[in-house]
Design a protein around this ligand. Structure first.
Ligand SMILES: Nc1ncnc2c1ncn2[C@@H]1O[C@H](COP(=O)(O)OP(=O)(O)OP(=O)(O)O)[C@@H](O)[C@H]1O
Length: 266
């Protein structure tokens, strides 16, 4: 059951002075991040800036070496109500080498620490989630026989089937064709209007641009911008040319953000 949007200031995701080290690498260097209920926050940054590492810290895959992360009001760990959190990892294939059907992979999204049995009505919920990603007719197919982009859409369906209050997405539409990106953006629009909170790692805002309320840009494991989303330059803002370009006379973000190939609204 999704939360109402009566109290938009409620903090859903919170990271405070988060550090993550792996061996000699200091990957997150004191990240502060707040996402409030109903926001759609894009997490941007160059390759290797720490976006996936941050997201993995928020969903409990990477234990931060310093600092604190909280989701839905609880410290990341067993206290979080994971049934309310949907997560799409960075593109990894939905099959995992196991001969599961698409329906089985999506149904696994209904399982979590507190529920290891499929709930009543699961078939309908799985069918609806497959429909939402345009794969309603592929439920019986082995996932390893689906294309890479279709497998990615299966992972999105697995996150959506929970009817989450919070979606954390790591480049969810990488490798997904434009028509499917548009369908995904339309689904997101409906869910966000219904109170969903989203944190989404992106390289290009693409079809999600109209939904994004705020952008957080990472550079070398630190937040280098937290505010208005970047936008395509006017003269490039046309079909097939939606990516963000550097803005030679923009000095608001400094060198780090400039290196990210972004333009930021004044
Ligand atoms: N467990 C680990 N051990 C060592 N290095 C790691 C580990 N996890 C991540 N890194 C390194 O940390 C840096 C940040 O990785 P991360 O995957 O978070 O980047 P990203 O911003 O998501 O990049 P991309 O845009 O390419 O997906 C990279 O240089 C990566 O090699």
């Amino acid at each position: 059951m999704r939360m109402s949007t009566d109290h938009p200031a409620v903090t859903v995701v919170e990271a405070r002075a988060l550090h993550f080290r792996a061996g000699a690498s200091h990957i997150l260097r004191g990240v502060d991040l707040t996402v409030r209920r109903g926001e759609v926050v894009a997490l941007l940054g160059a390759n290797g800036s720490g976006k996936s590492t941050l997201v993995k810290s928020l969903v409990g895959i990477n234990a931060p070496t310093q600092g604190e992360a909280r989701l839905l009001g609880a410290p990341v760990g067993s206290g979080v109500d994971w049934s309310r959190v949907g997560y799409v990892p960075q593109r990894s294939g939905a099959g995992g080498g196991i001969p599961s059907t698409a329906q089985e992979v999506v149904a696994s999204g209904l399982l979590h620490g507190r529920r290891l049995r499929l709930p009543r009505g699961w078939r309908e919920r799985v069918a609806a989630a497959l429909d939402q990603v345009g794969l309603g007719d592929r439920g019986g197919d082995p996932v390893h026989l689906l294309s890479g982009g279709q497998q990615q859409r299966i992972l999105i369906a697995r996150a959506l089937v929970r009817e989450p209050d919070l979606l954390i997405l790591d480049e969810p539409v990488a490798g997904v064709d434009v028509a499917s990106q548009e369908a995904f953006a339309a689904t997101m629009r409906r869910l966000v209007d219904d109170g969903l909170t989203v944190l989404v790692v992106l390289h290009e805002l693409g079809e999600l641009e109209p939904l994004v309320t705020r952008a957080v840009v990472l550079g070398h494991g630190k937040v280098v911008h937290d505010g208005a989303p970047p936008r395509p330059r006017e003269d490039h803002d046309r079909a097939g040319h939606r990516h963000q370009h550097p803005h030679a006379d923009d000095n608001t973000l400094g060198e780090q953000a400039r290196a990210l190939d972004l333009e930021v609204r004044p």
